[in-house]
Design a protein around this ligand. Sequence first.
Ligand SMILES: Cc1cc2nc3c(=O)[nH]c(=O)nc-3n(C[C@H](O)[C@H](O)[C@H](O)COP(=O)(O)OP(=O)(O)OC[C@H]3O[C@@H](n4cnc5c(N)ncnc54)[C@H](O)[C@@H]3O)c2cc1C
Length: 541
Amino acid sequence: MRSTRPPAPDSAEERAKLMDEEIEVLIIGGSLVGLTTAMLLGQHGVPSLSVERHPGTAIHPRAGHFQLGTTEMLRQCGLEDAVRAASLRTYHPTGGIVAVESLAGRELATYVKELNEGVEGFSPTVRVFVNQDVLEPILRERAVEFGASVRNRTEVVGLEQDDDGVTVTLRDLDGGGERTVRARYVVAADGNRSPTRARLGIGMEGYGELSRSITIYFRADCAPLLRDRNQGVLYVHNPRLRGFFRLDRSGGTGFLVINTVGEDVTRPEAVSVSDDLTEERVGELLQTAIGTPDVPAEVLDVAHWRAESNVATRLSEGRVFLAGDAAHVVPPNGGFGGNAGILDARNLAWKLAAVVKGEAGPALLETYDAERHPLSRLIVEQAYARYATRVVPERGTDDVEPFIDDLTIELGLVMRSRAVVADGGPDDGALHMHPSEVRGRPGTRAPHVVLAGDRSTIDLFGRGFVLLRAPGPAADEWAPPGVEAHVIDAEGFADAYGVSPEGASLVRPDGIVGWRSVGAFDRDELSRALASILALETVST
Ligand SMILES: Cc1cc2nc3c(=O)[nH]c(=O)nc-3n(C[C@H](O)[C@H](O)[C@H](O)COP(=O)(O)OP(=O)(O)OC[C@H]3O[C@@H](n4cnc5c(N)ncnc54)[C@H](O)[C@@H]3O)c2cc1C
């Protein structure tokens, strides 16, 4: 290992010779989204290297509300049971979202009665509350099992790309000096301050900084105050502060997020919670939110962070792709941030894997921005709408988009790109539709249909392309090489996928319908569609 930065070489070829290490995909950031990307690349057979400047995974709970897009992905990676067991150790499985004056005070509103209300029938799995600091080690372990390397206490300090790859300079934070890595592609999952985004000169647009918020981690015996309250998330709304609690199922530990202080939330000071904060003030605020001095609290830690709702102006530059908070940062209201980052990883990992393995043309990678950028904007709008309406309505809600219901956001998003072959049906350009209306339309999540043995069509996805057909002519004779064919002899399949008994649906490795034939089709049509998705040749549709 070299301990100093190598001299600057003149050509890409010379640079490549000087590299300490070569890797197909380098991931900057080893937190929620970096680890998910590493795990999914591994599942697709591509080893990666993730570098993370912290000594380990997250130390704070942060994300806790994981949506169906995430839990279906976890199920496909064999992690559903582990994550649900971890969730049960900390949370009630049926927590809801309510607003209270304080824990001891009156209940003001019910936003979500029960976390999984209305989910049944749409997915083989459920939403879960599990803390990020508990989830990340599970992801990391599976990523390593799938062949990924994760290097902690390592910081990216330089990045240069040319036509053939990316040269990344890494600094060992334990005094081991600097070295370079040559990667074919880089995923920047380096968080909301993303140094990589800055290096690439990619800006952010959206609503800017909404508040300088804090999170107070604490211990206090809040159980008697919870009564029969359903305790997933409790928004606190009173003249002294606004924010939310997340408490573990014992009611003994948890955290309080504070977004505003004081009665008049239109004043700038109201949203500068983290400025000039003293220990005494933290204690006072926490006690106010608990609502009674009879339940004394012990503050364990305080995190300062900015609530923002912004999206990067583009999600890639050459061979470098932004994912997670590096690509979009939202306030926690709605629980969208981490989940959207995981969708980025799902969208990107199979594309990178297919290109790296030579199974797809590099143009496939352009579809990452085409598919994820409009949806990132949508999430930014929806998170902002929830923040503005639930936390600071007095600041004005005129520019707020109407709420899209959670199930639609989770299972009804619509993508358009050259990796989706339209089937000629009507298209009003909408980015979302209720999952009951999706009916297997290309560009949407392939629906859940119950299969024998308590399985789901969702269980067939995640590893490669899958062709689904109703019983009829031998389905595997119809599948081109590299596509796994399944005959689905289950009630409701043709209806859920919007195909006739002679039709078929081609599902991409990320569980999105890439093409379908509503009526009878021939093998050539399917092969052309696959080639188009993989950017191997163009096809007119
Ligand atoms: C209070 C709170 C509650 C939340 N609740 C939810 C929720 O319920 N649901 C939800 O989905 N989301 C939630 N979120 C958002 C969620 O935590 C983030 O969206 C998520 O952490 C983003 O993950 P990430 O991997 O993209 O970025 P991060 O978690 O920020 O990780 C980026 C990593 O990159 C590393 N890094 C940065 N630069 C470098 C470098 N140069 N070299 C090496 N490493 C580098 C950092 O050390 C960091 O570990 C919440 C956030 C907060 C603050």
